[in-house]
Design a protein around this ligand. Structure first.
Ligand code: ATP
Ligand code: MG
Length: 203
């Protein structure tokens, strides 16, 4: 690189650092946040579990409620169970396969209520730094749970607790209340090109 190019680069980096430093200094509040990972692309549940892994690394306790149980146990859950992390990880999976599998609204409603009982206990527990409500958006979309009631319980959680909600089709009230919203776009997915779901990657 030419000398004047290097100098221009250094000046640009200096300006960038000033902008970043100002933003860092402005962020002076300390509290838990509500994070929503939504959109049609792949990476929502795995993102939430990536954060769980981060929290565990810092010695924190976490809670997980999965609002849709597939027919196959996912690798992230098998891993948690094998680690015998029962003192630091609380886990509950909804008891039924949900809508297109079971086609039984009453049974799904009972299972959703039971999962919500677990979730609302976690949302009152200040020992849990992180609570993951995986695929909760579908439960709201199909009215198994009341959105206003769920959002109120999230609002009154312990101040330092962070909540991560995943799932497509997030209701607008949830987007409004969330502090961080990431929408993962579906540009391509291997499945659409005929590639089978793979253990360790897709489940
Ligand atoms: P992951 O659990 O891999 O992070 P996700 O939580 O974003 O995915 P879900 O809607 O919960 O997505 O579906 C999980 C399963 O569906 C995974 O096997 C994933 O590979 C697959 N999947 C996710 N998005 C798509 C898509 N856009 N097209 C096809 N399959 C998808
Ligand atoms: Mg998911």
């Amino acid at each position: 690189m030419e000398e004047d190019q290097k100098q221009r680069h250094n000046l640009r980096m200096q300006r960038k650092k000033a902008v970043v430093d100002t933003a860092i200094n402005r962020a002076n509040q300390s509290r838990g946040t509500l994070i929503l990972i939504t959109g049609n692309g792949k990476g929502k549940t795995t993102s939430a579990f990536g954060t769980l892994y981060r929290a565990l690394g810092h010695g924190q306790s976490v809670g997980v409620v999965q609002f849709i149980k597939g027919t196959q146990a996912s690798g992230e859950v098998i891993f948690l169970q094998q680690q015998a992390l029962t003192s630091t990880v609380r886990y509950h999976a909804m008891a039924t396969g949900f809508t297109w599998d079971t086609q039984n609204w009453d049974e799904d409603k009972r299972a959703a209520d039971e999962a919500w009982t677990q979730a609302s206990q976690m949302l009152k527990d200040p020992n849990l730094s992180l609570v993951i409500l995986d695929e909760l958006t579908y439960i709201l979309k199909y009215h198994y749970l009341n959105t206003a009631e769920v959002l109120a319980a999230i609002k009154t959680r312990p101040p330092m607790q962070t909540v991560i909600i995943t799932g497509r089709a997030a209701p607008p009230e949830l987007i409004d209340q969330a502090d961080t919203v990431s929408e993962i776009a579906d540009r391509k997915h291997a499945f659409k090109a005929g590639i089978k779901a793979q253990a360790g990657i897709d489940f």
